[in-house]
Every structure is written in C-alpha cells, then in structure tokens.
Ligand binder design. Sequence first.
Ligand code: ADP
Ligand code: MG
Ligand code: MG
Length: 212
Amino acid sequence: MGLTKAQILQWLSNCAQYFNENKEYLTELDREIGDADHGLNMQRGFAGVMAKLPTVADKDIGSILKTTGMTLLSQVGGASGPLFGTFFIKGAQSVAGKESLSFREVFQMLKDGVDGIVTRGRAEIGDKTMCDVWIPTIASLEIAGCSDTSASLAQALTTAVQRAEECLAGTIPMKAKKGRASYLNERSIGHQDPGATSAVYILRALLDSVEK
Ligand code: ADP
Ligand code: MG
Ligand code: MG
C-alpha cells in the first residue's frame, strides 16, 4: 500500500493547514535564535502552493511536487525557502509521470528530497538544523521498508514521525553550527530549531494523508 495522487494533494493541503495554524509558534521559535520570520515564511510559501495547485492537480505526481518546490523556492526566501524548495524538486524527479506511489517510491521520493537538502545546505547531524530531523527519519523509514516488506506505509510513517519528534526535542540542547542561529554560538543552546519543527509538520502532514 502506498499513496495515490489524491493523497499527495491532501499532504500538501495538510502542510498548508499546519503552517497556517502554527505560524505564530514557528515565528516565536525563530525570534529566540533567528530573525522571527520562519512562521511567516512557511505560511506564505504553502499559501502560494495552494494557489498554484489547481493548475497542476490533473498532472502527474512528479509535476505536482516539482511545482510545489518551485513555488516554495520563489516565495519562501531566507535559508529555508531554497532548502524546502529543493526537498520537493529533488523528490519529484524519481516520481515523474506517476499517478500513484508504492511504499518504496514514497521512500525514494523522501530520500532524494533529503539528499537534496543535505547537498545544498551542507549541514550535518548535530548542527541544530532541519537535517537533525530529516536524516534520522529517512533512516527509520529505510529500516522499516527493508526489514519487513509487508510493513504498511502508515505503520512506517507513524514510527518515523515518533522518531522525528524525538529528534526535534534533541535540537534543544544543541549549539547551532549552520544558518543564522549559529551567529549566537552558546546562546543558541536551550531553544528548539524552527526549521526542524517545520520538517516535523511536513512529516505529520504526510502521515495524516495516509491515514485518511
Ligand atoms: P532565515 O534564517 O534566513 O531567516 P528561516 O527563518 O526561514 O530562514 O529558516 C531558518 C531555519 O533554516 C533554521 O531553523 C534551520 O533549520 C534551517 N537552516 C538554516 N541553515 C541551514 C542549513 N545550512 N542546512 C539545513 N538547514 C538550515
Ligand atoms: Mg528566520
Ligand atoms: Mg529571514
């Protein structure tokens, strides 16, 4: 069992809803260790995606995800716009032309997207960025898909989201080594990373679309 195109569209609309509902919270997190714009950036980006989706909703999954990424790239700005934009643009490549995705194809899409973020941002585990959520979550999904071929996507994503939430809490004691928060050095310690929080919303939004 994997994902239909309708579920991909639902995923994106769930993302827009999470960023609408959590705009203030994300901006507060970014106020502590950044420039207090992350919530607004993400909310504006996914509002742009929602405005664009009707023009591509009848196209294949790859086109939908590529349009999502291009929209985020052009409308989010800052450090996170190019990174989340790259996630969807790179994720789109292996699913070009598809109308539905198997578990393996969903995994490949997410893995390619995260590889794109790492290549572009060059953050490592422990740098206090979104990569502290993305990298272990992809590893958790890979283990689920490889060790148990009958594992359902919903089960694997449930475990992955739990892992993502643990990793998000794990960013609190870290000292930032990438992005704007790194200018604060020791003073970045004790705060949750905003971009890592957004990565958790994107994963939760995906799980929500599977369960529906
Ligand atoms: P800006 O810092 O330009 O205002 P945002 O506030 O939208 O951009 O996004 C900040 C988030 O971007 C951080 O919380 C962090 O998760 C992420 N980030 C910054 N630099 C990097 C990087 N090099 N690699 C991965 N993520 C990064
Ligand atoms: Mg910011
Ligand atoms: Mg900014």
